[in-house]
Design a protein around this ligand. Structure first.
Ligand SMILES: *[C@@H]1O[C@H](CO)[C@@H](O)[C@H](O)[C@H]1NC(C)=O
Ligand SMILES: *[C@@H]1O[C@H](CO)[C@@H](O)[C@H](O)[C@H]1NC(C)=O
Ligand SMILES: *[C@@H]1O[C@H](CO)[C@@H](O)[C@H](O)[C@H]1NC(C)=O
Ligand SMILES: *[C@@H]1O[C@H](CO)[C@@H](O)[C@H](O)[C@H]1NC(C)=O
Length: 342
């Protein structure tokens, strides 16, 4: 196994002071001094907006892309590359307080020279996994984009393709999924290789350097795909990018301990693409017609509560939708070709 040269605890602060600091921070995270509008009120607010024609506002879109470039430089820092992460560079894990690592040459050799996309990307679909996608009929519209991004290795079998499409250029994978679903690739690796075939020639974007425990599974995914001659390639998320995006949204008022993968991905898309449409980003238990919906389009497993602040994130995305920066698809998708065929 390739090790990372140095994992050194930071010991600058006296133990007591840092313990107290950490305690206060945790307290503020767990019991933040703010209240969100109730789910019912948010849904009501969205309903009021329905039926109003949405228009992309290029001025607002360009201004927002500029903000993201200034804070986070997605074009250069989205992934670990030879350009932004030279050998010997020391980086801090973005999801831990205490650990850093140094890029050794074995790890360095896994990075592409630069961000491997033709930038800017034109039309992008970012697909969340919300139950609102079920029976949406949005598959074709999703696939019409030039670049389709998905979250957390979602199922794409044929029963879902009408609603979520089948095209993928980039899909995120958390190391925890590799641990839970594929036994960290310590035993059979074939099941994993087979299960990612649905993603065709896409990049698998892994936060390998967010938590110390995530690095090994991520490297193992890289080597597994390489050893099997698979069509997918791992792109390692750059922890500095993830941290900067986190700070950016914190400055906009998101209080969560950590952003959801979905918001990271939408933020990256807004920096990398000229036009962004998002699907399946609806963290509520009823749809716009008051019908109960499952948590994901493929199951109803609820997340650990308290970790992400989904309604809070939703409100930020909804604001971007209203400003014309991105389009959020919440209704079922019209199928113009079917209608005209009748
Ligand atoms: C587009 O966005 C800009 C900047 O946010 C705003 O000043 C302008 O009024 C918007 N245009 C339309 C047509 O809404
Ligand atoms: C890695 O770096 C060491 C020290 O600089 C060097 O001796 C070794 O040849 C390098 N290995 C590779 C695969 O480049
Ligand atoms: C998979 O990739 C091939 C070659 O790039 C392409 O022809 C095909 O349409 C893709 N399939 C899907 C489902 O995107
Ligand atoms: C990789 O993609 C090519 C072309 O789309 C396909 O023919 C081939 O079977 C794929 N390889 C694997 C291992 O899936």
């Amino acid at each position: 196994m390739v090790g990372l040269a140095c994992k050194c605890p930071r010991t600058r602060l006296p133990v007591g002071a840092s313990a107290l600091g950490a305690f206060v921070l945790c307290w503020l995270y767990v019991f933040p001094a703010y209240r969100l509008p109730a789910e019912k009120d948010i849904v009501q607010g969205v309903l009021l907006q329905q039926g109003k024609a949405w228009r992309r506002n290029r001025t607002a879109g360009t201004a927002f892309r500029k903000l993201l470039e200034d804070c986070c430089d997605p074009g250069h820092l989205f992934a670990m590359t030879k350009q932004n992460s030279p050998m010997g560079k020391n980086l801090w894990f973005d999801g831990e307080f205490l650990y850093s690592f140094t890029i050794d040459n074995a790890t360095y050799s896994l990075f592409p020279q630069a961000t491997p996309f033709q930038l800017p990307l034109k039309k992008c679909s970012v697909v969340g996994n919300g139950g609102i996608l079920k029976k949406s009929g949005c598959g074709r519209q999703i696939d019409q984009a030039d670049f389709v991004m998905r979250c957390n290795l979602p199922p794409l079998s044929s029963e879902f393709s009408k609603d979520v499409g089948s095209k993928t250029q980039l899909v995120t994978a958390n190391p925890s999924i590799i641990r839970k679903r594929f036994q960290n690739l310590l035993w059979s690796r074939k099941a994993f290789v087979n299960s990612v075939k649905v993603y065709n020639h896409s990049y698998i974007y892994m936060p390998a350097f967010s938590m110390k425990t995530g690095t090994e599974p991520s490297l193992r995914v890289y080597y597994t795909l390489e050893d099997f001659g698979a069509n997918q390639t791992v792109l390692f998320a750059n922890p500095n990018f993830l941290r900067d995006i986190g700070k950016f949204w914190k400055s906009k008022g998101i209080h969560a301990k950590r952003l959801s993968t979905g918001l990271f991905l939408v933020s990256a898309a807004l920096g990398l693409c000229e036009e962004v449409t998002i699907y399946g980003f609806w963290p509520f238990s009823v749809d716009l017609h008051g019908r109960f919906i499952s948590h994901h389009y493929y199951d109803n497993v609820l997340p650990d509560s308290g970790f992400h602040a989904m309604p809070e994130e939703f409100l930020q995305l909804w604001f971007l939708h209203k400003s014309g920066v991105l389009r959020m698809q919440l209704e079922q998708c019209a199928e113009p070709s079917l209608q005209s065929a009748v």
